[in-house]
Write a protein that binds this ligand. Structure first.
Ligand code: ASP
Ligand code: MG
Length: 408
């Protein structure tokens, strides 16, 4: 009988220390049957990647990206070797392989590389010897034989891409939470684990601040329709299935609430209301490499208008410098900035067919005296920028208003 392939991925907290590595090894050995082949992707131990990054930044504020990848890829090399050893002590054969050895070929965009192809030959050979294959996540190699990494959280992407390349039957993501929740359980005690969520919803939740999975990995899973099971590495309980659209899923308008504090706001006051001005401002800002997100421009009554926009907090200094320079050039007024903001969003595919969702969101915030600064919408989400201070409250009242505490 032909064996089916199972891809499992274990996140950094699941392998944070030697005891946990042994526990994960045991779990892997237990899930090996005579009918399956196991390919396991691991992240670096605990906070290793952050620590490596810190070390680099303590040497220089602008570490060369090639050297960053050389450095950051070592984290996963440690965890995959230790895990393979632990499995071997339990009497099962295992082999650890780096991204390069597996043939994960990427472009040359260091620290955020994209996977082009995966040559699964080495893996297949190991599997044919009935070895459990442990793959270092988050890394690949360019055509020029340079080591690359896939962006933070990139081990998820390694797992999904391997599941696609190897035609795996299942792709399981093991993490330190029990699955995807309706919101962050640290903010709302009544947050519920979601049984099934669509790729679109998960992608939106991940990019709006839910921290469980890397958004890019979901994009790939959606493209190739690879169902993902997100579950806890500490319990046997079923987690959350991420799947393609199902009829039934559309009955629920709002599936989750997210909160994200990674943005800051810049306002350029009294901008002359003339054609070409917005183009000038945003060309100047984007030239700094800062990514602009929400933009709000008011109508002008006096031939002048205020323009506000958000950028990532880490980019605020360069964006602000550029904004001040351009404001002077176009004879606009003051340039203000605000760091203490948060984005609170509701997400759900059902929004496409339900009405009144935005109204309920705004009414709920109004009733709780939460002022909305900016609003942005997509087909399946609505985001409000509010003060950071009020954002816990906002998440709590929205979670309740959309009955997310009652989801089965
Ligand atoms: N270790 C990398 C990171 O922390 C990749 C990953 O964990 O998926 O971003
Ligand atoms: Mg990690």
């Amino acid at each position: 009988m032909k064996k089916h392939i199972v891809v499992q991925k274990y996140g950094g907290s699941s392998v944070a220390n030697i005891d946990r590595i042994k526990t994960v090894a045991k779990r892997i050995v237990d899930s090996k049957t005579t009918n399956n082949h196991l390919v396991v992707v691991v992240s670096a131990l605990g906070d290793t990647t952050d620590e490596l990054e810190e070390m680099a930044f303590s040497i220089t504020k602008t570490p060369p990206e090639r050297e960053m990848d050389m450095l950051m890829s070592t984290g996963e090399q440690i965890s995959c070797a230790l895990l393979a050893m632990a499995i071997k002590t339990m009497g099962r054969d295992a082999i650890s392989l780096t991204g390069q050895q597996v043939g994960i070929q990427t472009d040359k965009a260091h620290t955020r590389a994209r996977i082009h192809t995966i040559c699964g030959q080495r893996i297949r050979k190991a599997l044919s010897k009935n070895q459990i294959v442990i793959v270092a996540g988050f890394q690949g190699v360019s055509l020029e034989q340079e080591i690359t990494t896939l962006g933070r959280g990139g081990s998820d992407l390694t797992a999904v891409a391997l599941a696609q390349a190897l035609k795996a039957k299942v792709c399981e993501i093991y993490t330190d939470v029990k699955g995807i929740y309706t919101t962050d359980p640290r903010i709302v005690k009544q947050a519920r684990k979601i049984k099934t969520i669509t790729f679109d919803e998960m992608m939106e939740m991940a990019s709006l601040g839910a921290q469980v999975m890397q958004a890019r990995s979901i994009e790939v899973a959606k493209k190739f329709n690879i169902p993902i099971h997100v579950r806890s590495s500490f319990s046997k309980e079923e987690g959350t299935m991420i799947v393609k659209n199902k009829e039934k899923l559309e009955e629920i308008a709002v599936r989750g609430v997210t909160r994200n504090k990674s943005e800051a706001k810049i306002t350029i006051c009294a901008v002359p209301d003339q054609p070409g001005i917005a183009a000038k401002i945003f060309s100047a800002v984007s030239q700094t490499g800062a990514n602009v997100d929400i933009i709000v421009q008011n109508i002008s009554h006096t031939r002048h208008t205020d323009i506000s926009f958000t950028v990532l907090k880490k980019d605020i200094h360069k964006a602000l410098t550029a904004a001040k320079k351009i404001a002077e050039k176009i004879k606009a007024g003051d340039v203000l900035h605000e760091d203490d903001i948060a984005r609170v969003s509701i997400v759900g595919s059902g929004m496409r067919s339900h009405t009144g969702i935005a109204a309920l969101m705004f009414q709920t915030l109004a009733k709780n005296k939460i002022n909305i600064d900016m609003i942005s919408t997509s087909e399946i989400s609505i985001s409000c920028i509010i003060s950071s201070e009020q954002s816990d409250k906002a998440v709590q009242v929205l979670h309740k208003a959309f009955n997310l505490d009652k989801i089965k």
